[in-house]
Design a protein around this ligand. Structure first.
Ligand code: KG4
Ligand code: ZN
Length: 336
């Protein structure tokens, strides 16, 4: 049987990534060129800077991905690329490169939703079994997605304001941490205790939505109040208290969603899925409260943005005949 090799490209935000994926499940290469250092001094991703970096990196990453995978262009069966959501200028660099490559080598072009990609990162760990629930937690999104089969996505709940990762980044800034501060805040949280008891927004409400802006404000107000009074707050406890609130809400609502939809699998994906507190609490809650539900959390390197996950989602899309053409355009607000 001939192997199906997909060249996958991801450029939706601040990572230029190109991967070669065999049969949707084997990662032959997954090059990730991060621009974080360039954005750090601005305290966030600057779209124009991101686009320029993608332009500089994209062809280098494509060459490196092919050479590391030891794959020639002739062996490829398709080119996949992130269509959205993301920064329009950043997306366009990947899309233009993918279109040019697909046209030059007469290969099918497969558009992929970035959030679907995050979910499909789980398929490198274990095959997906349906119905499943996915908790998607990233810098721009926080949503619970119910999947009855491949390619079918039903958003049953989402954040009404800030995404979980966004809250981490904003709160981290108040603590003087560099952008993006999720990882560092996570590390600090492990050294402190939940002494502040911040609110757990919407935790008891009969829906699957989230809200993190109230928590963010409570945190910022607490810090500013202390500053005005010259009171010294324990940074580790602040971090631990913030994290305890985020994790408890995410875990509680996700477990409830799994029960209500009677799923076989739970996938936790996206940049915030790298959070050690969330990984641990979710594993414990699944073991205690859900019988026969298999939890899949991708390895750390596949939680953040990468092209391997785009290749995995593209493999399934290609099997369903979801192929694009050269009219493909970036869709910054594409939904699942
Ligand atoms: O999925 P991702 O790489 O990019 C987007 O599509 O948004 O997610 C990036 C987000 C950032 O907000 C970052 O602070 C957060 O993921 N993040 C974390 C951790 N590692 C990354 N948040 C909490 N704990 C972590 N360990
Ligand atoms: Zn992402």
């Amino acid at each position: 049987k001939e192997r199906k090799l997909i060249l996958a490209i991801e450029s939706s935000c601040d990572e230029t990534s190109v991967a070669v994926i065999e049969d949707g499940q084997k990662i032959l290469s997954n090059i990730v060129a991060s621009q974080i250092l360039s954005h750090k001094r601005f305290g966030g991703v600057v779209p124009e800077v991101a686009s320029r970096h993608h332009v500089e990196q994209i062809t280098l990453c494509m060459e490196e991905a092919l050479s590391e995978a030891a794959v020639t262009t002739e062996e490829l069966s398709a080119v996949a690329v992130t269509e959205g959501p993301g920064l329009v200028g950043a997306l366009l660099i990947g899309i233009t490169a993918a279109k040019a490559y697909a046209w030059a080598h007469d290969l099918p072009l497969i558009p992929v939703n970035h959030m679907a990609g995050h979910i499909y990162a789980a398929s490198f760990v274990k095959p997906m079994t349906f119905p499943l629930m996915a908790l998607l937690v990233s810098g721009g999104h926080t949503e619970l997605v119910h999947m009855k089969e491949h390619g079918s996505f039903e958003i049953i709940g989402e954040t009404r304001d800030d995404a979980a990762g966004e809250a981490y980044d904003k709160v981290g800034r108040v603590l003087g941490l560099a952008y993006p501060s999720g990882k560092e805040l996570d590390e600090l949280a492990h050294l402190g205790q939940d002494t502040f008891q911040f609110p757990r927004a919407m935790i008891r409400e009969d829906n699957f939505d989230f809200s993190f802006s109230g928590l963010k404000s409570a945190f910022i107000n607490r810090v500013h109040n202390a500053e005005q009074k010259g009171e010294e707050l324990d940074r580790l406890d602040l971090a631990a208290s913030f994290q305890a609130s985020v994790v408890e809400v995410l875990v509680t609502k996700t477990i409830r969603a799994c029960q209500q939809y009677d799923v076989k699998q739970l996938i936790v994906a996206g940049g915030v899925a790298a959070n050690q507190g969330l990984r641990k609490a979710m594993a414990e809650a699944v073991a205690e409260e859900l019988t026969d539900v298999e939890l899949i959390v991708p390895p750390l390197r596949l939680c953040g943005d990468n092209a391997a996950m785009i290749g995995a989602a593209a493999f399934v899309a290609a099997e369903k005949g979801l192929v694009g053409d050269l009219a493909l355009n970036a869709d910054p607000s594409l939904t699942l």
